[in-house]
Design a protein around this ligand. Sequence first.
Ligand SMILES: NC(=O)c1ccc[n+]([C@@H]2O[C@H](COP(=O)([O-])OP(=O)(O)OC[C@H]3O[C@@H](n4cnc5c(N)ncnc54)[C@H](O)[C@@H]3O)[C@@H](O)[C@H]2O)c1
Length: 485
Amino acid sequence: MRQVKVLGLLGTGVIGGGWAARALHLGIDVVAMDAKPQMESWIRGAVENARAALSRLTLAPLPPEGKLTFTTDLEVMARQVDFIQENIPEQIELKQRVLAQASRVAPADVVIASSTSGLLPSDLQRDMQAPERLLVAHPFNPVYLLPLVELVGGRATSAAALDAAARFYTEIGMHPLRVRREVPGHLTDRLQEALWREILHLVNDGVASTGELDDAIVYGPGLRWAGMGTNLIYHLAGGEAGMRHMLRQFGPCLKWPWTKLEAPELTEALIDRMVEGTQAQAKGRSIRELERLRDEYLLATQQVLKQFDLGAGATLRALEERLYERSGRSAVPGLDAASAGAGGPVRMLDTYVRPEWIDYNGHMSDSRYLQVFGDATDALFRWAGVDDAYRKTGRAMYTLESHVQHVAEAKALEPISVATQVVELDAKRVRLHHSLHRRRDEAVIATGTQLYIHVDTRGGHAAPFEPSVHERLEGLRGAHAASPS
Ligand SMILES: NC(=O)c1ccc[n+]([C@@H]2O[C@H](COP(=O)([O-])OP(=O)(O)OC[C@H]3O[C@@H](n4cnc5c(N)ncnc54)[C@H](O)[C@@H]3O)[C@@H](O)[C@H]2O)c1
C-alpha cells in the first residue's frame, strides 16, 4: 500500500469538505471530485471556514499546506491519487456503483475508504475490483477537529489495507479505532442512536423539551465523557469496589427497565416538537455561528485534555510530537556535520509565513518570531538528546531570556528559514543565536538570542545537563566558535 501524498475525495459535501480541510492543513494534496460542479466553490469555502479553528489547533511546526484541485470526473481523480475517501450520500446502491467504478480505475495498491455512517463494508465491496483494499473509515463532524475515525473491514478486506489506513489517519492527527467485527452503525452511531431514541421518546411523551434534554448532558455526563467515556466513569461510580459494586447496585434497574429499545413513530407532531425545540435553543443564531462556537470549544477542550494526556488530547499531543520530530529531522545532517567540525550556523528550520501569522500591517506578528526561533531551538535540543523521552524522565530546558532584533519585513506565504549557532555553554546553561532568512534571496529578516537553563522539573530547580547532551552541545559550540557567522 502507498505512502499517501495525494488524497482523493469522492463526494465533497459536509464530510468531504472536512476531510479536505484536515488533510490540506497537514500537508497532504487533495483532488476533490463531486458530481456537481458547483461543489468546487463550496469545498473551497468549507476549507477556508475550517482554517480559523485549525490554525489554532497546534503551534507545532506544520509542513507546507497541501494543494486543492477539483474535478467532476471520477476517473481523473482516481488515476492520480494514493488513497480515496468516499463521502457520497448514504445510499447502498449508489455507493456500490460508484465504488466499483473507482476500483476499475485506481491501481490495486490505492486504499479506498468509505465514510459511511452505518453501511457494512462487505456490502460496499461487493462489485469492486481488488475489494481487499476497501474498508469503512467513519469520521465525525467536524472531521477537521474531531480525531475519531472508526475502521471496519469487510469479509474481503486485507489486514494490509487496514494497517495502511490506520497509518494514514494517524499521520493526519486522528485516532483510528479498529472495530473488531462489522455491525450496522459501527460502534459510535449505535451508542448515539440509543441515546437519541430515548430523547425522541421523552420529547414525544411530553416529559422534557429538547433544551432540557441537552442540559441533562451538557452540565453533567457530557463533561465526564470527553476524558473517560461511559465505562471508566461508571467504574468510579462504584466507589473503592469499582465496576463490580456499580453493577450490583444499578444492575437491577436494567430489568425494570428505564429505557425503551424501539424508537417512537416519527409523527409530524414529534418532528415539529424537535424542530421548534432546537430553534428555541439556537436563539436566532445561524448554523454558521453555532458551528464557529462549537469549533471554539472543541479546540479549547482538546488543548485542556492535552495537559492530562487523555483521549483526544493525547492524540493531539502525539501529533505535535511527530510534527516537531519531522521538522527537527531535516536539520540533523547539518548538525552532525557541524559537530564533526564543519562549523558555521546550521539551518534548523524551513517553513513559510502562514497566512494566520500576519498582523494588521500585513507582516508576520511579533509572537511568531519567537515561535520560529523556538522551533529551531526545539530541533537543536532534540538532536542533542532532549526529546519527549528525556522530558518524561523529569528533565527539560526552560527559557531564561529572549532578544529579537527586526531587520526586514516577512510577508504572507514568504518561504523562510532559521539558522542557529551555539554561542555559550556551561554546565547548566546554553545561549543560542538564531538568524531568520527570506529563502528567495537569503536576506536576514531578524536575529534572535536566547538563553536556556537545564532544569530538574520534579525538584523544580536548575540541574547540570546529562553528560551526553552536554557533549553534543559542546561539539557544536566548539565548531561554531571556530567559524563565526
Ligand atoms: N454528516 C455527518 O455528520 C456524517 C458523519 C459521518 C459520516 N457521514 C457519512 O458521510 C457520507 C456523506 O455525508 P455528507 O453529510 O457529507 O453528505 P452531503 O449530502 O453533504 O454530501 C454528499 C456529496 O456527494 C455528492 N455526490 C452525490 N452523488 C455523487 C456521485 N455519484 N459522485 C460524486 N459525488 C456525488 C453530492 O453532490 C454531495 O456534494 C455519508 O455516507 C454519511 O453517512 C456523515
